[in-house]
Design a protein around this ligand. Structure first.
Ligand SMILES: [Zn+2]
Length: 101
C-alpha cells in the first residue's frame, strides 16, 4: 500500500472492516478502541513520516484480533451431547481428546 492509497483511505468514510468512519480518522471507533494506546498515538503521525508503518502495524494487530475472535467463537460452542453419552464419558475427557486431534 503506498502513501497515496493511505491518504485516500484516511480521507474516506469507510473503515477497512466495512463500518463507517469519520473522514480524517484511520479506523472506525470500534477498530480504533481495540488498538493498544501506543498504536493509537502512532496513527497521529503524518503520511510519509511514520504513518504508513503505524497503519500497517495497526491493521496487522486488528487482523490478528479478528482471527483470534473468530477462533474463540468456533471453539467456545459446546456441542449438546445425548444424555446417555455424557453419563459414561466425562465432558473433560471428550474435550481433551478433541484438542489433541
Ligand atoms: Zn473498523
Amino acid at each position: 500500500m503506498n502513501e497515496e492509497t493511505l491518504g485516500l483511505e484516511l480521507r474516506g468514510a469507510g473503515c477497512r472492516c466495512g463500518s463507517a468512519k469519520k473522514p480524517g480518522e484511520t479506523f472506525c471507533q470500534s477498530c480504533y478502541y481495540r488498538l493498544p494506546p501506543a498504536m493509537r498515538r502512532a496513527l497521529y503521525r503524518r503520511v510519509g513520516s511514520g504513518y504508513e508503518e503505524s497503519y500497517r502495524a495497526a491493521a496487522e494487530f486488528l487482523d490478528l484480533e479478528n482471527a483470534r475472535f473468530a477462533r474463540d467463537l468456533g471453539t467456545s460452542k459446546t456441542p449438546s451431547l445425548p444424555a446417555a453419552d455424557s453419563s459414561t464419558v466425562s465432558p473433560v475427557d471428550k474435550r481433551a481428546k478433541r484438542g489433541a486431534s
